[in-house]
Design a binder for this molecule. Structure first.
Ligand code: NA7
Length: 499
């Protein structure tokens, strides 16, 4: 029943990365303009602002990894970090996102006021915002993970994480160690090797690599796209279909796609690395796709060069002069690059998040089990949306596409509030359990449980990803199921009334 069609909420968005920016745009389209974004850095861009290491690029095709409403004449199949940063800054300007952002402040607390039915959001600069809704767009791979290797602090030379690249260090003539062999390492190592440096790559676990040459788009084609942007639509359709019909289906257990993926990565390794001993060192002992697939075409050629050294013996400790291996050998180094990934389960943390009846985030997640409904709603946290929460990502797919689907859902949920049908909306604990069971039920067929350690796994070794095809993700949020929601209406005199 429509009671007050004019209600417009106040919304606070945490983070001005690709998802937070999208939130501003989608909310404005829906007529919600009282939106404030809190961003700790001094510019928009999130991941693509922070990661500036040599070779940084997206490993999802650029026509797919962008907003559906803002195609761009990309320079190559996969955009570089710099190109994506420029793209996001362009979007922020064009869609007037920047004017909504308060830069240089970090959200330190989100406290739900049971009596008032609103959120109070505090920042490290002492601000307090009282709002109807909070959208946490804090990203998945945001907090660099330092390796827990003894002696790290004792290293005499410079040491830094790939997400905090030291552009001030002159690497000329330096012996560089790179710890880690994930997607980032596969991008940065070829750059360092091809620049002629002596590079020692410390591999704990080899990775399967899907060969994808990052071919540039010819200038004439880009000019055609610039002249008529709708000419880019078929390209988006093609790459989207490729990812969804091949990659995603291969990872969630479709046998044909899975067999093809296996044949491709194994065949590529055989063809690209001719030295049997090196090939053996680079061959994982777990199923293809179990760790997030590395998409790359430059690492194998680089690691075979004379100035590249693959170290596969376990690390004992780090010493002032270099890395001491368990075999006793010291690998002498002048600089150390930590390509050791991210704390992907941090989500909104660190911050104090307290929901209804004093319920803390740690009360839900304290045991390292991350739950949500539809990867965006959390029980006990009314009017709070966690973008790309537990239950995402979907294999090697575009998180921008996932965020678009989630925001459509969020805007429709806010419609309940705007029509005055409810003032407080949260998932029932049963909805969270049902979504968690739904995710677990799909994991058996997926590649993520095939005997590896990966950043997808929670404390129990259960992957926290969406193990079904893309269409299922879309379908799961296509309709609002009010049975999944606890909706509360505030009566005029201040009492609460559960619906
Ligand atoms: P990843 O994929 O988490 O890779 C981290 C790498 O660092 C991986 O090879 C780890 O080995 C290695 N690592 C982590 N800690 C240690 C210690 N203590 N000792 C030795 N090696 C270690 O992070 P990336 O930045 O490469 O990629 C993150 C995502 O960015 C990627 O999936 C894409 O979505 C884009 P392990 O495999 O755990 O043995």
């Amino acid at each position: 029943m429509t009671q007050n069609p004019q209600r417009t909420p106040s919304v606070l968005v945490i983070g001005a990365g690709a998802t937070g920016m999208l939130a501003v745009i989608r909310l404005r389209e829906a007529g919600i303009t009282n939106v404030t974004v809190i961003e700790k850095a001094d510019r928009v861009g999130g991941t693509w602002r922070d990661n500036t290491y040599p070779g940084v690029a997206c490993d999802i095709p650029s026509h797919h990894y962008c907003y559906s409403f803002e195609p761009a004449p990309w320079k190559a199949q996969c955009a570089t970090g710099a190109e994506l940063k420029d793209y996001l800054e362009h979007v922020a300007k064009k869609y007037r996102v920047t004017e909504r952002v308060r830069f240089g402040r970090t959200v330190t607390s989100c406290l739900w006021d049971d009596a008032g039915g609103r959120w109070t959001v505090g920042t490290d600069k002492g601000d307090h915002f009282v709002v109807d809704f909070v959208i946490a767009a804090t990203g998945i791979l945001h907090h660099p993970k330092m390796p827990d290797i003894p002696g790290l602090d004792s290293f005499a030379g410079p040491a830094w994480h790939t997400a905090q690249w030291r552009h001030d260090v002159d690497l000329q003539g330096q012996r560089i160690g790179v710890i880690g062999t994930g997607s980032t390492s596969h991008q940065v190592v070829p750059e360092l090797v091809n620049a002629g440096h002596q590079v020692h790559v410390f591999q704990r676990t080899p990775q399967w690599v899907f060969p994808f040459p990052n071919l540039p788009f010819p200038e004439w084609l880009r000019r055609r796209w610039i002249a008529k942007p709708e000419r880019m639509r078929p390209w988006k359709t093609f790459y989207k279909a490729f990812i969804e019909q091949f990659f995603v289906k291969a990872t969630v257990g479709h046998p044909v796609q899975n067999a093809l993926l296996n044949a491709t990565v194994k065949g590529y390794l055989r063809l690209a690395v001719r030295n049997r001993e090196l090939r053996q060192k680079l061959t994982p002992d777990y199923g293809v796709g179990c760790k997030r697939m590395v998409v790359n075409f430059t690492f194998y050629p680089a690691i075979q060069k004379a100035n590249a050294h693959l170290e596969t013996d376990a690390i004992e400790r780090i010493e002032p002069e270099g890395v001491r291996l368990k075999t006793g050998r010291l690998v002498p180094l002048d600089a150390l690059v930590l390509s050791t990934g991210f704390h992907n389960f941090n989500y909104v943390r660190p911050m104090t998040l307290v929901g209804r009846n004093g319920h803390r985030l740690e009360d839900s997640w304290g045991h390292g089990r991350y739950t949500s409904a539809h990867a965006v709603l959390m029980a006990h946290f009314p009017n709070f949306f966690l973008m790309l929460g537990p239950g995402t990502p979907i294999g090697n797919n575009s998180v921008i596409g996932m965020a678009e689907e989630q925001l459509d859902y969020v805007v429709r949920l806010m419609g309940i509030w705007r029509r005055g049908e409810a003032d407080e909306i949260e998932p029932t604990p049963q909805a969270v359990s049902a979504f968690t069971s739904y995710i677990k039920a799909g994991l058996g067929n997926s590649v993520w449980t095939r005997g590896c350690q990966s950043w997808y796994l929670d404390a129990d070794g259960v992957p926290v990803v969406f193990p079904y095809p893309w269409q299922d993700f879309v379908r799961s949020m296509a309709k609002i199921n009010t049975n999944e929601l606890t909706m509360v209406r505030r009566q005029k005199r201040g009492g609460l009334h559960a619906l």
